[in-house]
Design a protein around this ligand. Structure first.
Ligand code: ADP
Length: 485
């Protein structure tokens, strides 16, 4: 299927260090598989300490020149990169579906979404402003500059193989930082193809490096290096905590996008079609494998029956299969561990009184396909309500009052995205303000965009990505006091 690529030069299997494509120093490789078929797509350089150290020193050397360009000059490179990503979106989407499994249409959507961060930050970096502050002593003048922090280590997951990279690399490069990226070992091909396009756009050697292979070795090299000034990570809460702890020794700035446990609250006064469509999208996008996927669907008693019936009907219409095939809306899960997690959470729920309304088992397509599933009679103490499912399982919980819904929704250590469905304007405000989450969708199940701040509270993370605030993560303030004028 790789032969479907129009530009076979986008299939890269080496790391990118100082502008050169490089094998692992010991020649080792690892296999990248297609989760829909199990076939091996490519053998990719399996890198570790030594390659990471070289990538960091190349990023560090390049920082002195890249950071001195004007924002407008850097912006031209990024704009070119954006154009190339869009020009090659079909190839990038095919690579993404092959290694990640998501339906081709969703992959195409991710290329546009991923590329939009490059475009947005190319523009936004021209609007980095400092301050002039009124002095407290008459013969002084006080200024604040905002300068790029330095070399950034970016570690990204497999569920959005392009967008999680561009959301970090876009603002980092735009603000004048240089980067070492470690994509997920499940999905390096999209990342490497996008990197080839960055080279073609003329982004200078060393500004943008990519290493992959031994995740903990690469991560530790980044953490230990005093040259790396910032770690930005999207992935599991457990790994995020490790990186945060590991950053303490050299006091790195840290941004984390970690796990969610999104409540999707459907009130009695909701517009049923909008609620069904929104919860379906929030739950089943990417086969449930996003950190903002609805993890618990809370439905008020008065609308429960009607909503559940309509929702189950909509889930029945989802088509499971190889994402390269026409009309498929649900691809495979990324790997066997993910299927086993879904099975463990469903079994726990069933043993505690939940009921399967639809699905509830592996799909007869085999591999890592799992049936789109709806459970009812779920309560907030079951594991499925405590952990992030990251699969196509929708647990329905019922509640009586608005206060109950808020209490249940907030009863978790995560706080990334929440969704509410209601036609009451006052309730929209009340509930949005009461939810301990970084993002709230009202009557909308898909809310991410490059122009709005994405991020969580509580144990879902630190910092924001996208929007003008996304640049702050890569900038340091410098206060300058000019005296005796
Ligand atoms: P997921 O469940 O989404 O795979 P992970 O947190 O395991 O979440 O993975 C996200 C990213 O973190 C991947 O690129 C993975 O290789 C990387 N990673 C995993 N373990 C470590 C580690 N100890 N140090 C640095 N990166 C790691």
């Amino acid at each position: 299927a790789i032969s479907r690529l129009r530009d076979s030069g986008l299939l890269k299997t080496q790391g990118l260090i100082n502008g050169d494509w490089i094998d692992a120093y010991d020649g080792k490789t690892f296999e990248v598989q297609n989760p829909a078929t199990g076939s091996v797509l490519a053998n990719v350089a399996c890198m570790g300490n030594r390659e990471t150290a070289d990538a960091i020193s190349s990023a560090s050397k390049t920082f002195s020149s890249w950071s001195k360009l004007t924002a407008g000059e850097r912006s031209k490179y990024l704009r070119k990169w954006y154009d190339l990503l869009i020009d090659h979106k079909e190839d990038l989407a095919i690579l993404m579906t092959l290694e990640q499994g998501k339906p081709l249409k969703e992959a195409l959507g991710e290329i546009s979404y991923g590329a939009s961060f490059i475009e947005f930050f190319a523009e936004e970096s021209k609007r980095i402003y400092g301050d002039i502050i009124s002095p407290t002593i008459a013969d002084r003048r006080l200024f604040v500059l905002r300068q790029p922090i330095g070399v950034v280590g970016a570690i990204t997951p497999w569920n959005f193989p392009l967008a999680m990279i561009t959301r970090k690399v876009g603002p980092a490069l735009a603000s004048g930082c240089t980067v070492v990226v470690k994509p997920s070992e499940f999905t390096p091909l999209t990342a490497l193809a996008a990197s080839e396009l960055a080279l073609q756009a003329g982004i200078p050697a060393g500004a943008f490096n990519v290493v992959m292979g031994n995740a903990s070795e690469i991560g530790d090299s980044m953490l230990e290096s005093p040259q790396v000034k910032k770690i930005t990570f999207t992935g599991s809460t457990a790994v995020g905590k490790k990186l945060m702890a590991g950053s303490a020794n050299t006091v790195k700035k840290v941004s984390l996008e970690l796990g969610g446990n999104a409540p999707c609250i459907v009130f009695d006064d909701a517009e049923i079609d909008i609620a069904v469509k929104g919860s379906l999208a929030a739950k089943f996008r990417n086969s449930g494998q996003t950190c903002v996927c609805a993890n618990r669907i809370l439905v008020q008693e008065g609308i429960y029956e009607k909503f559940a019936n309509a929702f189950i009907k909509a889930v029945q219409d989802l088509k499971v299969g190889n994402g390269l095939m026409e009309g498929i809306s649900q691809g495979p899960l990324i790997n066997e561990n993910s299927v086993q997690k879904a099975e463990r959470l469903v079994n726990d729920a069933l043993s505690k009184g939940a009921k399967v309304m639809l699905g509830g088992k592996r799909h007869n397509l085999g591999m890592t396909f799992y049936e789109p599933t709806v459970l009812c009679n779920v309560d907030n103490d079951m594991l499925i309500s405590r952990e992030e499912v990251f699969g196509p399982v929708a647990p329905l919980l019922s509640f009586k009052t608005e206060e109950d819904a808020i209490r249940i929704a907030n009863d978790t250590s995560a706080g990334l995205a929440a969704y509410i469905f209601t036609t009451s304007m006052p309730r929209s405000w009340r509930v949005s303000e009461a939810l301990e989450y970084g993002m709230v969708g009202i009557n909308e199940g898909i809310i991410s965009t490059e122009v709005a701040p994405f991020g969580g509270v509580k144990q879902s993370g630190l910092g924001r990505e996208g929007s003008r605030y996304g640049l702050d993560e890569y900038l340091e303030m410098k206060y300058i006091c000019l005296g005796n004028i």
